[in-house]
Design a protein around this ligand. Sequence first.
Ligand code: GRF
Length: 189
Amino acid sequence: MKSIVIFASGSGSNAQQIVEYFSVSCVARVCSIFSNRENAYVLQRAKNLNIPSLVFNRKDFYDTGLILNKLEDINPDLITLAGFLWKVPEKIVTAFPKRIINIHPALLPSYGGKGMYGINVHRAVIENREKASGITIHYVNENYDEGAIIFQAKCEIDEHDTPETLAEKVHVLEHKYYPKTIEQILESR
Ligand code: GRF
């Protein structure tokens, strides 16, 4: 059985989908959820789902090496970022080559990079009157949203869409495709 560690900073609806999907899978299990925010709702979800969680601060992520050491102890087959807002330090990226993936709520390479997260992304897409948006699942490298693309899915935008309704459409795609894509990556190894 392979193992997955999830990193999340917020509500954690994607994290929950991944945990539930793999709770009945014979490919992998989620073994831990790491969060940089002690009041993030994802931690409550972890509790409800009986998944061990760990809260860490900036120092342990970037300076002391504590998080790198924890990850090396667990040695997960895949680290999945699900609404995780900090940039992953180079030391962690190089310790887990092709083993860290992220989901971005737009069609990269458009609408990526620093500041392009959450509702900001959807606002920018709507302001530019795009006809479509979607999701991008990609490998993580040392730059925001620039690693090789693994999977994309699109949704249409109509003239009544607002950043909030677009966020809902994108969430539907994320929940549908993120767990499956993770499974395919793990199965292909
Ligand atoms: C998702 O839209 C994801 O693409 C982005 O952050 C959001 C997290 O949502 N990176 P949730 O916390 O999983 O509900």
